[in-house]
Write a protein that binds this ligand. Structure first.
Ligand code: SF4
Ligand code: SF4
Length: 316
């Protein structure tokens, strides 16, 4: 590659990262679009063990999931972005069923997608003609592995990405481009060390080995994902979690200094934070709609929430 071409790559890369931060993302890294060999083996073994539960979609489109180049013709680069959703805001009634912090505000899919589309438009209009697609947890991609490849952090023993400054309360999004760029070094080894707080604190023992999660036991999966009823052995171990479960993240020392998010769309509705235990117990469909319209919980649906509420209030 001649010097002029290399300078263009460096300039584009710098401008893309700088624009991502201008758009409000907290971090941006870039990796080469290619097959994630190690991660594909890990995913295959995880699926073969049935740890994905009823999430059949995890097994679909396996090649696309492990290779972003299968998603965009001629893909060369994956731009990974992080958006912090950490908050210290708490529900007022300490006895109320707990809503995971990712679900307190507007649906993150919309928030990330809007910003990623602006980033794509900027690249296409101001930098170079290219094709690309945005992904926000909505397509088969190994987002955490891609973020690690882009140097943004490591996969903790709780199976989530940890950024060394921001911790793990992070949404991840990607832009897959057919544009050549310069690439970050993948993040090195895990910085978890001898810590095992997440594993020791998980109420359902869902983390069966470092970075190996059995979704069948995970409260997030049980309260958000699966349509089957929660297994009897686990209903008394939900730890008051109504939507999702942040316990393994809350105990993680890398989150102890995480800054609060400043995303206006993630601000919770005051009514949601003020709901009392009694009001949750008597939740009706119209209140559910009012509380969760436009939030990620809308998709979980009223029926599934009522099912979990029944367990929380009746299976103690
Ligand atoms: S989200 Fe909750 S249930 Fe799932 S692994 Fe973490 S602590 Fe365990
Ligand atoms: S709690 Fe400890 S072991 Fe778990 S992810 Fe955090 S640092 Fe790693």
């Amino acid at each position: 590659m001649n010097t002029e071409a290399l300078n263009s790559l460096l300039t584009y890369t710098h401008l893309i990262k700088s624009k991502a931060l201008d758009l409000g993302f907290d971090a941006c890294g870039i990796s080469r679009a290619g097959r994630l060999e190690d991660d594909s083996e890990r995913l295959r073994s995880w699926l073969d063990s049935g740890y994905h539960g009823t999430m059949e979609y995890m097994a679909n489109h396996f090649e696309k999931r492990v290779n972003p180049a299968e998603l965009v013709e001629g893909a060369r680069s994956v731009v990974s972005v992080l958006l912090n959703y950490h908050t210290n805001l708490k529900q007022v009634d300490s006895q109320a069923p707990v809503i995971s912090s990712y679900a307190l505000g507007k649906d993150y899919h919309f928030v990330l997608k809007e910003r990623l589309l602006k980033l794509l438009a900027y690249i296409q209009t101001d930098l170079a003609p290219c094709e690309g697609r945005v992904f926000t947890d909505s397509a088969p991609l190994l987002e955490k592995a891609l973020a690690k490849e882009a140097g943004l952090g490591w996969i903790g023993k709780h199976s989530l990405l940890i950024h060394p400054q921001m911790g793990s309360f992070l949404f991840i999004g990607e832009l897959v481009l057919d544009l050549e760029l310069t690439y970050d070094e993948p993040f090195g080894n895990s910085l978890c060390g001898s810590c095992s707080r997440c594993m020791d604190s998980c109420p359902t023992s869902a983390i069966i080995a470092p970075s190996l999660l059995d979704a069948n036991k995970c409260i997030s999966y049980l309260t958000i994902e699966t349509k089957i009823d929660i297994p009897e052995a686990l209903t008394s171990r939900l730890s008051s979690r109504l939507v999702g479960c942040d316990i393994c993240q809350q105990v993680c020392p890398w989150n102890s200094k995480a800054k609060q998010n400043d995303v206006p769309e993630f601000r919770p509705k005051p009514e949601l934070l003020k709901m009392t235990a009694l009001e949750w117990q008597n939740l009706d469909r119209s209140t559910f709609k009012r509380l969760f319209k436009g939030s990620a919980v809308e998709r979980t649906g009223f029926a599934r929430m009522k099912r979990t509420l029944n367990h929380l209030f009746n299976d103690k």
